[in-house]
Design a protein around this ligand. Structure first.
Ligand SMILES: [Zn+2]
Length: 488
């Protein structure tokens, strides 16, 4: 782990979060992840271990998105981790853009050339595409890969948000026409937004990137950005229209219906395990994880409360209740030697959306108590109604987490045309929509002057009614409105 103060590192076995989210969000975030058992630091610098709780959240994301892929007839496949150096060099902008982050294998027995550990897979995949695509009948070709990615970060690890190795999906599609290619690049970013908003309850903004922030080798990049509670933005997914840049560099050609040879059009798109970290940072609280029900590996935990003489009866009722909640992921925590209070804390720390308390008195009253993780609110229900009320309660939690996040982000989205005000607002933890010229040197100037403020997403063009507006930073005419902020 590259973080300073390593000796103070929290052990994942310790209970309870010792800092408040509002006081030290960075330390709070690490503690939530470590203590809830979502992930751990690895013994290798810059890397992390994703524990079963974290991995099962990722699996839920994969399950959701595999259905989306199927609806677009995108097929999953797998390509090698290694990319020959010469492949990189074929697309000049791409090679230049990735060179600072690439890790190389430099074994003496490599007979021909150095191999990179993939920082993204365009080049290795498109080499194969050039062999597979012959005619218009082979198009569209739509392939997705779920894999790990290596980008040699020099900054300190931030669990899920910044590490040298992470997991992602990368889609790579090839089309006959530019129209289809752009249409789908724009559709995939909307699918990403749906995923974030409906599954993870993360409100996001989508739109194009400025030229400085677009993907190396792309014609344009669509991005999906979220604002975190610490005022930094996270880029949560991107889709790139690659035009013919890569098909020309990799000799991907097809014989068209006109019997002529053509270069096809391509897009590529990806999101990563960063989604898991952003979801945690957004919703969790001082007691630990708060998981949106749709992303939670366990949605309901039943805690049977009993004295020894009533044990069998209570456990049997708990099991009956579990079975009645079909279609919901329910766990009965029947572990012995732990008090109910201890178990409450543990499942709160792990973010289970609903806790059901079931004791002898509840059973005699044909009732149970349900406690919401997000609000702490407790309600009593009839046992016979469990199958009706619990799904509704889970939906309500999902909705309420999303609405709370939407409200918070709306409050923290500011608009100005004044440079000083923009910087002040960003330093207060907001992101700010400003008129911008879109020029690379101007953006570099802003980044330098402000020590790291960058453009996140283009939110809209400047309409005729708004007249001519000048750029937030230079005297040129503004081309569009852009959100600027600090970012992970
Ligand atoms: Zn400018």
């Amino acid at each position: 782990m590259a973080k300073k103060g390593e000796s103070n590192e929290v052990k994942s076995g310790e209970k309870g979060i010792t800092v408040k989210k509002s006081e030290d969000i960075s330390e709070w975030y690490s503690q939530v992840i470590l203590k809830a058992g979502v992930a751990d630091y690895a013994p290798i610098k810059g890397c992390m271990v994703i524990r079963p709780l974290g991995y099962s959240i990722w699996t839920r994301i994969q399950d959701y998105f595999n259905q989306v892929l199927e609806s677009y007839q995108v097929e999953n496949a797998y390509f090698p981790l290694f990319v020959p150096e010469s492949f990189f060099k074929r697309e000049a902008e791409h090679a230049e853009g990735f060179s600072p982050e690439v890790a190389w294998i430099e074994r003496k027995d490599l007979s021909e050339e150095r191999l990179a550990l993939r920082p993204t897979s365009e080049t290795i995949m498109y080499h194969s595409y050039s062999k597979w695509i012959r005619s218009w009948r082979d198009l569209p070709l739509k392939i997705n890969q779920w894999c790990n990615i290596i980008r040699w970060e020099t900054n300190a690890v931030k669990l899920f948000l910044r590490s040298r190795e992470f997991l992602w999906q990368e889609g790579h599609c090839v089309y006959e026409t530019e129209e289809e290619c752009i249409k789908e690049a724009d559709e995939y970013i909307k699918e990403y937004k749906n995923l974030c908003e409906s599954l993870l309850a993360i409100p996001v903004k989508i739109g194009r990137k400025t030229d400085s922030e677009k993907f190396a080798g792309a014609v344009f990049t669509n991005t999906m950005e979220a604002l975190m509670p610490d005022g930094k933005a996270t880029q949560l997914g991107t889709t790139h229209h690659l035009g013919q840049n890569f098909s020309k560099a990799f000799d991907i050609e097809f014989l068209g219906k006109d019997s002529q040879k053509h270069y096809p059009f391509q897009n590529s798109w990806g999101f990563s395990t960063r989604l898991v970290g952003s979801m945690i940072m957004l919703h969790s609280d001082d007691k630990g994880l708060v998981l949106p029900p749709k992303a939670a590996p366990i949605q309901v935990v039943i805690i049977p409360i009993f004295r020894e003489d009533a044990k069998e009866k209570v456990l049997a009722e708990a099991e009956k209740l579990r079975k009645s909640l079909s279609g919901i992921k329910v766990k009965v925590d029947s572990r012995e030697g732990l008090t109910p209070g201890w178990k409450f804390n543990e499942w709160e720390l792990k973010g289970v959306p609903v806790r059901i308390e079931l004791g002898m008195r509840d059973i005699e009253n044909h009732a149970f108590v349900a406690c919401r993780r997000d609000s702490g609110e407790k309600q009593s229900f009839k046992l016979s109604e469990a199958a009706q009320v619990i799904p509704g309660l889970l939906d309500e939690i999902q909705k309420s987490l999303f609405e709370k996040a939407v409200n918070s982000i709306e409050k923290r989205t500011k608009k100005t045309a004044d440079f000083v005000e923009m910087v002040q607002e960003i330093n207060k933890g907001n992101w700010v929509e400003v008129p911008f010229c879109g020029e690379k040197p101007c953006e570099a100037d802003i980044r330098e002057k402000t020590e790291g403020i960058t453009s996140r997403v283009i939110t809209g063009n400047i309409s005729k009614e708004q007249g001519e507006t000048s750029c937030i930073n230079c005297s040129k005419k503004a081309r569009y409105f852009v959100i600027f902020s600090r970012a992970y």
